[in-house]
Ligand binder design. Sequence first.
Ligand SMILES: CC(C)[C@H](C(=O)O)[C@@H](O)C(=O)O
Ligand code: SF4
Length: 465
Amino acid sequence: MSGRTTLDKLWDDHEILRREDGTSLLWVDRHFVHEGSHHAFAKIAERDMGVRHPELTFGVADHYVPTRGAPRSADIARMIATLTGNAERHGIELFGVKDPRQGIVHVAGPEQGLTLPGLLVVCGDSHTATHGALGAYAFGIGATEVAHVLATQTIWQKKPKRMRLRVEGALHPGVGAKDIALNWISTLGADGARGHAIEYAGSAVRDLSVEGRLTLCNLSIEGGARSGMVPPDAVTLEWIAGRPFAPEGALWERACEAFLALAPDADAEYDREAVLDASEIAPIVTWGTSPEEALPVTATLPDPARAETEAEARRISASLDYMGLGAGRPLAGTPVDQIFIGSCTNGRIEDLRSAAAVLKGRRAVVPGMISPGSSAVKAQAEQEGLDRIFAEAGLDWVASGCSMCVGMNGDLVESGKRCASTTNRNFRGRQGQGARTHLMSPAMAAAAAVTGTITDARPLLEGRS
Ligand SMILES: CC(C)[C@H](C(=O)O)[C@@H](O)C(=O)O
Ligand code: SF4
């Protein structure tokens, strides 16, 4: 028998039983809920069921929280109140609007030490793969499954195929985790990793900070993967040590041993392998309406006339049309109307530092909003004086939440406006009806702010940290 991958180890540790059809019942160690989980609470209420393990479930207000002042409408306020009510009713600890631990679930969970290596983590949210950056097996689930987890603390799953994505070599300065992710998604396609759990490996991944790994795993789902994971190493342990919910003392020592044992065995076999050369990755920007429609900032836009098939030509035309872009023109230099920095993809402290490195001493020529991924990130950024750099650049520094990533709190991009955004989805209407979204890294969004166009951030970073 060959050795086990990290996924194999986590799967074996959580499998309670396997049905004849190959579906397994898995134990859930950590369950996160947010405002959107209200359907699931309603489902268990209908059947008069309680929450089986409220101490293993944590609630976070994120999708609907106001980033300025009070909620914009009674409906929005009700979404937050419903979460609060459900948490109280079932004895679930909640990081509510005013709690200093509040944040986007995929930022706050890891930050509080609730996401640990070896845990099976679920949430009714597609970007739950983010938590895999710490060596957890984490995936998003639907409302019926959320109800099942609330009622039983278990979930039925078919084991995904195992894929290893190695990124070897060193990234150039000004290129980061977001660029690695958009690079592989544009190469393999938005469906490229379907049915697979990705384990990220290679020297460029090992060299990433945990923040970078969280960004990388966050985008796994945009390439069709069920989950993304970085096997725990010394970087992981150092990042987790001392966080509020992390094990302490002798327990921590024992935990570290167990965490490191989750690395794949040397002879582990994967169903699929892919390799990227880090030195070939440039800052990437999306031009279309799917994260796979992405190109290096130095490239020219595609031309439907040069497409290989008619279907592809139609798809390119439709995307260019929606985005209001001309075929074959350079991507750099495209004027933007506004920028947004934040979200569970790029709202962490390092993201804000890299945006600040570009913005320091410069003025934005278009409006923009910066929403930290959590209240703790906000406090840290303010302690470092990043908020002053943003304010001096003329950008709005607001409270933490999902905000303009999806606009559920009312932070929307107007129809026809073009937004340089550090988020993870550029679907039609994602940031508002008719809104045009270009996904990019925080440094690139900052560069767009100071030039008013899609711009290579690298020259603006020269001589800066
Ligand atoms: C609203 C929520 C359930 C949704 C998701 O599942 O991902 C959101 O977070 C998103 O990013 O589109
Ligand atoms: S920040 Fe965006 S992607 Fe992340 S959970 Fe919120 S809405 Fe979803």
